[in-house]
Design a protein around this ligand. Structure first.
Ligand code: NAI
Length: 247
């Protein structure tokens, strides 16, 4: 059976972990599991079906040298890479007037510069294999905006346009190949990232969601499994929303 190698960044918990578990269950994927530390992936590894092929890639994205090491490793060792799911991300909620430059730099580094570097690696590796899928996690707030998240939302919106432009660029440079760039914009999904929001904010979001509940990580993972598959071969450049109808 065909086996597709996929890198998932931030696989230790939340949405990334659910994606890793879903692709492991699917059985067609070899997993490159990234997280900031190897120990944080222990729990996930324990949940993988025994036959799953995986490699652990511990790199701290806040550290530029470690990011370069990961990119070098991908280009040297994983020339057959089929897909990258750029999922690792951070929030630093604060009014911009009071946000330290250090936090602004962290947000831009982890949520934007790293996805750009991963997309650059994809633009080198995928054409050699005649195919590839790059998925960047954006967010519903990229479109709506969100008070006290201005830098976060700016980084997430940038991921949407990054994918649009690279879909076009791949279309110009590699028109005969099946290379796709897609952004995925979840709404309010229950993870560590959202659990730390105040009860008041959580209730405010809940009132705006037509489906009447927050999303589950598995619901994002199922959508990403589909987007990675050849059944989604004509989905390219778009922003894919998974938000229970939240506008
Ligand atoms: P989470 O906080 O539960 O997990 C984030 C992952 O990123 C973890 O695996 C963590 O280790 C990794 N990560 C964070 N900083 C890192 C660093 N410096 N170096 C290496 N890895 C690092 O987050 P969650 O909720 O699973 O979010 C995943 C993605 O989905 C993020 O990009 C987030 O912005 C996006 N998202 C999440 C939503 C939600 O409601 N949970 C809504 C919209 C978007």
């Amino acid at each position: 059976m065909m086996s597709y190698k996929v890198l998932i960044t931030g696989a230790s918990r939340g949405i990334g972990r659910a994606i890793a578990l879903q692709l492991a269950k699917n059985g067609q994927y070899r997993l490159l599991l990234h997280a900031s530390s190897a120990s944080s992936l222990k729990e996930l590894i324990g949940l993988l079906p025994v036959e799953t092929e995986y490699e652990i890639l511990p790199f701290n994205f806040a550290n530029e040298e470690e990011v370069s090491q990961l990119i070098r490793h991908l280009k040297q060792t994983h020339k057959d890479l089929y897909a990258i799911v750029s999922n690792a991300g951070i929030t630093r909620d604060k009014g911009l007037a009071f946000q330290p430059l250090k936090e602004i730099d962290e947000l831009i580094q982890v949520n934007l510069k790293v996805p750009i570097q991963l997309a650059k690696a994809a633009m080198k590796i995928f054409p050699k294999n005649d195919r590839g899928v790059f998925i960047a996690l954006s967010s519903c707030v990229a479109e709506t905006g969100s008070a006290f998240q201005s830098v976060y939302t700016a980084t997430k919106a940038a991921n949407v346009s990054l994918c649009k432009s690279l879909a076009r660029e791949a279309g110009v440079l590699h028109t005969d190949k099946l290379i796709r760039f897609i952004s995925v914009a979840p709404g309010f999904i229950q993870t560590d990232m959202t659990n730390k929001l105040s009860e008041e904010i959580q209730q405010k979001y809940l009132r705006q969601i037509p489906s009447g509940r927050f999303g589950k990580t598995e619901e994002v993972a199922h959508a990403i499994e589909f987007l990675l598959s050849e059944n989604a071969s004509y989905i390219n450049g778009s922003e894919f929303k998974i938000n229970g109808g939240l506008l």
